[in-house]
Design a binder for this molecule. Structure first.
Ligand code: KG4
Length: 336
């Protein structure tokens, strides 16, 4: 079964062709990051316009790379939530027109479910149940993946997503957008104990997280140093900050894994590329004996292949969208 998969929830337009869930025939991506870098963050209206410009060409590219024609497409999968509403609507409406024209079903896919599915592409032996730490620019949650389409949130951020914090701190440091990867590079060799950050716990919700205080603490530290004319040890700041973010994510993920007892942990989303978080998870899993599944860096960020993969499992579960399919800026992963 060939699925044409469309992703446009934020600042990447992506179209892929995925066969039978786990075989990626093509994965065409157009990033708008350069455009948003001028403003230091995603400008929603620009994102929508750029998706409109790119999407049809990418679909042709994806078909060409896959070596198939339109008549070989059996279904269209599309990210319909969560994300920037205008950006999502571009993908949803394009998917509707393709599905209508080819008379094939539309399968709506939850973006974070798609990130989780990136692990199925990377690890052919991975099957639910497992616990997944989902960390991206817009979402941070620990998910009990009971089945391919049966999920429960065990813990989530109460405020900012982890990726957003990396981006905002990087912006104040002036090292570029999106800031996660440059922060990661800057942190290499930095003293991660030099700048202590507050350790935050959410009362009565041990697996929930909070990042806004960490972000503010880092930004205040940078501004204070600038105002006093003091030199800032940037690698140490980046390393200390990555350590604090990891300290928020990794022990909670391990606690969730212990609670579920599956012995399998996966990681998903753009921040899953972070070297400190990956290393800390590896060390923690060595201790507990849990099997760790890390996606390759190419599948951590937004892409169409992950939507095609999850779309296949949603299709098998009977999920369909009609011509009245809408997009949603927020939506519970449990509902899909
Ligand atoms: O999954 P993604 O591409 O888009 C969303 O669905 O949000 O994630 C993008 C986020 C950005 O905040 C980016 O700075 C962050 O992932 N990111 C990283 C790294 N690479 C990307 N954060 C920390 N360390 C990295 N190496």
């Amino acid at each position: 079964m060939n699925i044409l998969a469309i992703e446009s929830s934020c600042d990447e337009t992506a179209v892929a062709v995925v066969r039978d869930g786990r075989t990626v025939l093509s994965d065409a991506i157009a990033s708008q990051a350069d455009m948003h870098a001028i403003y230091g963050g995603v400008v929603p209206e620009i994102a929508s316009r750029k998706h409109i410009e790119a999407i049809a060409g990418l679909a042709d590219q994806a078909l060409g790379q896959a070596g198939i024609t339109r008549s070989d497409i059996d279904a269209v999968a599309v990210t319909y939530a969560p994300g920037l509403i205008g950006a999502l609507l571009v993908g949803v409406n394009f998917a509707k027109s393709v599905a209508f024209g080819l008379n094939v079903p539309i399968v709506p896919v939850h973006h974070v479910r798609g990130h989780i599915a990136a692990n199925y592409i990377a690890h052919p032996d991975l099957e639910p149940p497992f616990v997944c730490l989902c960390v991206s620019g817009g979402n941070t949650m620990i998910v009990d993946v009971k089945g391919y389409t049966d999920m429960e949130i065990l813990g989530a951020t109460r405020d900012d997503a982890a990726g957003e914090c990396f981006d905002k701190v990087a912006r104040v440091l002036g090292i570029g957008y999106p800031g996660g990867a440059p922060m990661d590079r800057l942190a290499q060799g930095g003293d991660d104990k030099k700048y202590p950050f507050p350790s935050v716990h959410v009362h009565d919700a041990p697996m929930d997280m909070s990042f806004s205080g960490l972000k503010t603490a880092a930004i205040n530290l940078i501004h204070n140093a600038q105002q006093k004319g003091e030199a800032l040890d940037q690698p140490a700041l980046a390393a200390s900050f990555a350590g604090a973010v990891s300290e928020m994510l990794v022990p909670r993920t391990m606690e969730a894994a212990k609670h579920c007892g599956y012995g399998k942990i996966a990681v998903a989303g753009g921040v899953a590329a972070n070297s400190r978080i990956r290393a800390d998870l590896e060390a923690a899993c060595r201790k507990t004996g849990d099997k760790l599944f890390l996606p390759p860096l190419s599948l951590c960020g937004d892409n169409g292949a992950m939507i095609g993969c999850q779309g296949y499992y949603e299709y098998l579960a009977g999920k369909r969208g009609g011509m009245d399919l809408n997009a949603y800026a927020t939506r519970d992963i449990k509902k899909g």
